[in-house]
Design a protein around this ligand. Sequence first.
Ligand SMILES: [Zn+2]
Length: 68
Amino acid sequence: MANRNKHLNPAKIYEPKRCWVGETHKIIFDTLEEAELAAEVAAYDHDIKTPLKPYKCPYANHYHLSST
Ligand SMILES: [Zn+2]
């Protein structure tokens, strides 16, 4: 019986865009909505009581989450 999870093709794994903010390599979100959605998903997945806060990147025209 094949385990589908072992069939991941490394070339097809989604690599999120990232941006250096200070010492951190942060994931880039193109829109505020995208960042908010990701924060909700992360909060749900990790059972986080206080969701991450999306904010506008001070260096470019995109968004980041407060602790990614
Ligand atoms: Zn940025």
